[in-house]
Every structure is written in C-alpha cells, then in structure tokens.
Design a protein around this ligand. Structure first.
Ligand code: ADP
Ligand code: MG
Length: 477
C-alpha cells in the first residue's frame, strides 16, 4: 500500500470508413497482402492526399460523445521516422492542434461507484503497414494494405490508479466507439488497441514517477496483466535503489512479462511540421450540429434509462448496456414477455443466454434463440405453465433448435402440474413412503421439509408447481 500506480492510456481506434483517410483505396480487412495500398498510401512522388470527410465526421462524433471541445481549425502534421512498414518515411498525424480537445469519460468501479477520467485529446492519423515475422524464416514480410487506414488516437489524462480502472476505461471507450458506429472494435484484428503509460510513486508524493509505455495491447486481459507486471517491476527497481528508465516496452502474453523494446525518443526527434500537402481542417458549427443530431442514445443515457424505466440495479443496467446489441436484445425480450418482468428478463439475458453465448464463443447477434423466442419462454414462466427451473431445460432445447417454447413444452410434456388434487396425491404417497422422516420432522427436525419437497419434485419430474407443493406439504405434514 506504500506505492501508488498512475496510468494513462493512448487508445487507437481504427475508423470504419470504407476507404483510406487520404486516398480511395479500400480498407477491407483480410485482402491479399499489398493489394490495397495505392500510390498515395505509399507516398510516391507527385501524389496528393485528400482528406476523407467521413473520418472527420467520426472523430467529431466521438468528441461530442465525450463532451469535448471540437477544434475549429486543426492541422495535419508529418511525423518523421523510419520504419520498414512506413515506406513514406513519415506518418501524417495531428500534433499541436488535434481535431478533438479536452473531454471526459465516466467509468464504473466494482463497488458501484463511478469515476471520471479526463481525455486530453483525440487526433486523426493514418496507420502504418504491418511487419510479419511469423511465417518467414530469417526474413520479415511487409504487408502495406493497412497503410493509410484512418485511426483516431484517444489520449487520456494520467487519471487511472489501478489496472482495473485502466481496463474499465478501455472497456467503456470500446463500448462507446461501437455505439457510435465509428469503429468495429475488433481487437483480434487490431481495430482497437492501446498503449499503456505506467508509473508508480510513493503515496503522498505529488510528483509523478518516471513512466514506461507498453505498446500495442489488444486485449483487456493483456492490458491488466501487462500493467500488473510493470507495476511490480518498477517497485522492485525503486526499492532496490535503482531508477525507472523512460522507455517503450513490449508485453509477452506467453511469459506474462514486459521487456524493453527501445528507449523513449524525445518528441522532437520526430521533427513534426505541418504537412504542406494538406490544408488546415476547418470545422464549422453546422457540420457539428448535423452530427450532434445524428448521435444515438449513448451508453450512460441508456444505462440511466434502464435504471429508472425498468427499475434495474446499477450493475444490471451497466452490464446490459455494454453493447447496443445486448441492450436492444434485452428490450425486445421485455416487450415480448411482459413489461413487469424486466428483472427476470435481465437475469435471463445476463445468465442463461450470456452463458450459452460464451460457451460457444458466439455474439448475441447470432444467438440461435431470438429475443422474441426468449420473451415467449419467459411468458410461460409468468403464466405458470412452467417453473423457472424447467424453463432452463426448455431453453437448452430451444438453443439446440428444437423449436419455440410452446413447441418444446408440448413435445417434452413439461407443462407444470397445478392441479391441487394431483399434487396432493403425490404428497400422500411420499409421506406414506417415508414414515421415519415424517416422525423426525414432527418431532422438530424442520430441516427435513426440504427433503419432502425434493421427493415430491422427483416424483413429478420437477413439474409440480413449487409454490403449491410448499403450501400443500406444510398443511399435510
Ligand atoms: P507521448 O506522446 O510521448 O506518448 P504524452 O505526453 O502524449 O506523451 O503522454 C502520453 C500518455 O502518457 C498520456 O496518456 C498521459 O496521460 C500518460 N502519462 C504522462 N505522464 C505519465 C506518468 N508519469 N505516469 C503515467 N502515465 C503518464
Ligand atoms: Mg505515446
């Protein structure tokens, strides 16, 4: 507890435009290497970049969603450096005047509290190509298809104080860009990744410690593990009397450790200067207002509405609104089932459904059980046709493609027994078969009540209405 962790993230979100940020080449993922980089993306002599208006609109969208200032006149700059997958010798980015200025994002912490994380800026830039090492022995492959793909780099303030907070922030930003439809959020394909800046300081000191930057983290788990390792490492260095070196590090997921990649260049090593081929980017209020009018309901607004309208807890509301798809699914279930059943619908979507989706690695969009079908199942619990327990069996059958709730209930004969006479008959039999337990129960061993309930449920194949069984048993015993 003597050390405090300080984290700031630089998130790169690939914008889902169809063409590149400065050329007409396609951005589609997965094409044959080097078939989608044109002369502009390669910076061949004599070409001129032309800014993609859609990319600007997407950046503004994010800016509005995080309540940030939109810079009326921003500037594209050349960031000069050599890298094999950057044949131009420079990357077009924004430096002193980014398109999106200061904003903020609220994150949910485990204890139900919220915390506001400052966003320093977000700027537009082009991605570089890819160096491929895996399939080449003693060589490196270069695929330039990604060169010129639009990126929005979102830089946070060093406001996070634990790996968990960093993960919560990255998750929230991930959810937001997907709500806005500006990034597909596919982390495996690298569409959404981050660099984590990490430092530690003794609690109570005001000055930040020296930071290291862990590059290219493309999963929430890696982000958490990388920071955890790095914090331990820095504390060991400092407690051993050493000093943390400002440098760039890489995370090795197999070993769970970070290692030095290169010492940190000074910013002015890049010799940034305004790109002479591109005009300053002027954004007027009409453009901004148009985009504001198109904003969808955002995660926080949706979360608050779920709390007030459906009476859900903060946790349920936050979980269900993580993605627009899940929120829409939930609302469709409620509509189908019964407006009064929001809590039950929430439990099913977060429980059985999410569990089944995770089990098979599926997205909610291709769930074999549609929202309407799940709503139909919940309606059968609600009208006492089946119990909640039997419903789980019905759900599994629906998942396996055996039809809707009514079809499965009918085919498997799962209808709940609500006929008092029938239940009483079973109870009488159970009591007659278990005289010893009956005696013990009557002499004060209350716990045996559960035994009798279990026996009745067993005899009825779980189909007896549980509330009725309880009531009738109490009377008979
Ligand atoms: P650079 O462009 O060299 O990466 P920036 O000043 O833009 O540097 O900072 C990058 C990130 O580092 C930001 O997210 C910022 O919040 C974070 N950061 C800055 N100082 C620290 C620190 N001492 N500890 C942790 N993070 C830091
Ligand atoms: Mg950086």
């Amino acid at each position: 507890m003597e050390w405090e962790t300080v984290i700031g993230l630089e998130i790169h979100a690939q914008l889902s435009t169809r063409s590149k940020i400065f050329s007409g080449a396609s951005t589609a993922y997965g094409a044959e290497p080097n078939t989608q980089a044109c002369a502009v993306d390669l910076g061949l002599p004599g070409v001129l970049p032309v800014l993609n208006e859609k990319a600007v609109a997407m950046a503004v969208k994010l800016g509005l969603a995080i309540d940030a200032e939109i810079t009326p006149r921003s500037v594209f700059a050349r960031k000069n450096y050599f890298y094999p997958d950057l044949p131009k010798g420079y990357q077009i980015s924004q430096y002193e005047l980014p398109v999106v200025g200061r904003g903020h994002l609220e994150i949910e912490l485990e204890d139900g509290e919220t915390k506001t994380i400052g966003v320093t800026r977000a700027h537009l830039e082009e991605d570089a190509g890819k160096s491929l090492h895996e399939d080449f022995h003693g060589m490196t492959g270069i695929d330039l298809n990604r060169a010129g793909t639009p990126l929005l780099e979102i830089v946070s303030e060093p406001d996070m104080r634990s790996p968990r907070e960093a993960v919560a922030y990255m998750k929230k930003m991930h959810s937001l860009v997907r709500y806005l439809g500006i990034c597909d959020g596919n982390m495996q394909e690298g569409s959404f990744r981050c660099d984590a800046n990490v430092s530690v300081r003794r609690r109570g000191t005001e000055k930040f410690g020296t930071r290291t930057e862990i590059k290219n983290l493309n999963s929430f788990r890696f982000l958490e593990k990388a920071i955890e390792f790095e914090v331990e490492r820095q504390i060991d260095v400092l407690e051993g009397g050493g000093a943390v070196v400002q440098e760039t590090r890489l995370f090795d997921p197999d070993k769970g450790e970070t290692r030095s990649m290169r010492s940190k260049e000074e910013a002015n090593d890049y010799r940034y200067f305004p790109d002479p081929d591109l005009l300053p980017l002027d954004i007027d209020s009409t453009f901004i207002e148009q985009i504001r009018a198109e904003l969808p309901e955002l995660p926080d607004e949706k979360k608050n509405r779920f709390k007030t309208h459906y009476g859900l807890s903060a946790y349920d509301a936050a979980t269900l609104t993580t993605s627009r798809e899940m929120a829409d699914y939930f609302e469709a279930v409620v509509e189908q089932a019964d407006a009064g059943q929001a809590k039950m619908a929430a439990n099913w979507v977060m429980g059985e459904l999410s569990g089944a989706l995770n089990r098979e690695g599926r997205e909610i969009g291709d769930s074999p059980v549609s929202a309407q079908a799940l709503g139909g199942l919940l309606a059968r619990i609600q009208d006492n046709t089946i119990s909640g327990k039997i419903a789980k069996e019905v759900f599994e059958a629906m998942w396996a493609g055996e039809g809707d709730a009514d079809t499965v209930i009918e085919a498997k004969g799962l209808k709940q027994i609500t006929d008092t006479g029938a239940i009483e008959q079973v109870i009488d039999q159970v009591i007659a078969d278990n005289p010893k337990q009956l005696e013990q129960y009557r002499s004060g061993k209350d716990k045996l009540f559960g035994f009798f309930v279990g026996q009745v449920m067993k005899q009825t194949g779980g189909k007896a209405n549980p509330a009725q069984v309880n009531e009738l048993l109490k009377k008979k015993l």
